[in-house]
Design a protein around this ligand. Sequence first.
Ligand code: GLY
Length: 298
Amino acid sequence: MQKPVIVVHGGAWNIPDDLVDPHIEGVRNAVKIGWDVLVNGGSALDAVEAAVKTMEDDPTFDAGKGSFLNEEGFVELDAIIMDGSTLDVGAVAAVRNIKNPIVLARKVMELTEHVLLVGEGANKFAKKIGIKMVDPRELVLEREVERWKAFKKGKLNVKDIFEPASKGTVGAVAVDINGNFAAATSTGGVAGKMVGRVGDTPLVGCGTYVDNNYGAVSSTGHGEKIMKIVLAKEVINLIAQGCNAQEAAEKAIELVWNRLRGRAGVIVLDKNGNIGVSYNTPRMAYAYIKDGKIFSGI
Ligand code: GLY
């Protein structure tokens, strides 16, 4: 029997001092929920879905409710979930009235022949399978309306968001008692993004990758840079070349910076159950449980 392990992140960015405690509390809460699934014999897929859903429901993070607003003042959400035993994957992008896009992404994986559904098509599918639609305004927080107004007035620009970095995408990677790995990531993307902009998160190999033969990865940070590096798959390739989780995480983040001056972070679990955490932003909220012991960092 494999020892279960779960790692979560709540985004790599310049987390201000007054938001440190809610971030730590949020990732610890999420990792415990995922861990409960694993120790009760649940699958890695169930664990990462539960952990990410918990963070989507926590307005601290840039996922689900409380996400950044796009240029028209709406939340548009992206999410992905992947199964390391089969390489099955499901993702949604630019959905506006789904409270938990990670739940919908899993349904795309399990109930369709496709990998990624976007916008209206994703909403139609959600409706067909009975996932409740919410009024998009329910996902908008006053805090984000104020940020959006600053963006519109030109008081906040993309450089402010990415240098040092973007706000908290969420993600989770896990291995269950059967030795199966899974990974999931969810985000509201970047503040003031163009309508229809999709970042790295829901793209296989960019925001997430997992393969039982190597390990599992979830990324966070500047999506446009992460996509160009295909960051999550880069980490997996490094593991395939012999790196452990921490070495692979560090090398991949170095590559994002050296090649593109990009800001990003990753959480990694390799096939031996080793954990890797690396980021080149001032802070990244993360937590893990291994051997029944919880650890969190920021
Ligand atoms: N990494 C999240 C995004 O850029 O959309």
